[in-house]
Design a protein around this ligand. Structure first.
Ligand SMILES: Cc1cc2nc3c(=O)[nH]c(=O)nc-3n(C[C@H](O)[C@H](O)[C@H](O)COP(=O)(O)O)c2cc1C
Length: 154
């Protein structure tokens, strides 16, 4: 499944994503990740810096789901697919890590890169989009700024 520019732009505006995995025993696990980016038009790269359960789960169960929301526009995407773990010794690791370089600072030690191949992408919208379909995204954004007391440019 192709990751289009809308999804890419939303992921760039999302401060965090939430990555859900399943254990060997079938138990769910979800944890936040801030070091993530679209790798190419089918894949998302996520840094494993401190995510041992996520990595263990993917090794036995590659099915994952990641959600990311731009909190100001109150919208985002849910992406499901299969993930693979690339350790720092693999040939492709430097290339994968480079796709996250704009987010990494020297204190982060990336142990693995989690590479998610998108199989299904669906929109996430706040209920206000359904209640007020006449509002544009810019209006939703303005309202969120007011709700959270965000002042731009100060
Ligand atoms: C705001 C925030 C951002 C985080 N970003 C990352 C990240 O990009 N990569 C990572 O491995 N851990 C990240 N973490 C830490 C993991 O979410 C945390 O260690 C978690 O307990 C890992 O759980 P897991 O092993 O179930 O994945 C972040 C935590 C927070 C609170």
């Amino acid at each position: 499944m192709k990751i289009n520019s809308d999804v890419q732009s939303c992921l760039e505006k999302s401060v965090l994503c939430w990555l859900a995995t399943v254990s060997k025993e079938g138990l769910p696990n979800v944890s936040p990740k801030e070091i993530f980016a679209v790798y190419d038009d089918e894949h998302i790269a996520i840094a494993d810096i401190a995510s041992p359960v996520t990595v263990r789960n993917i090794k036995s169960h590659p099915d994952v789901c990641v959600s990311a929301v731009d909190v100001f526009s109150q919208s985002g995407f849910k992406i499901t697919g299969k993930a693979q773990i690339y350790t720092s010794g693999t040939d492709i690791f430097p290339q994968l890590k480079a796709s996250l370089s704009h987010l990494l600072t020297p204190e982060y030690i990336v142990r693995n890169i989690i590479l998610l191949k998108a199989e299904k992408i669906s929109r996430i919208l706040a209920p206000s989009y359904h209640i007020h379909p006449e509002r544009t995204e810019a209006e939703h954004r303005e309202r969120t700024y007011k709700t959270y007391g965000v002042r731009c440019g100060e």
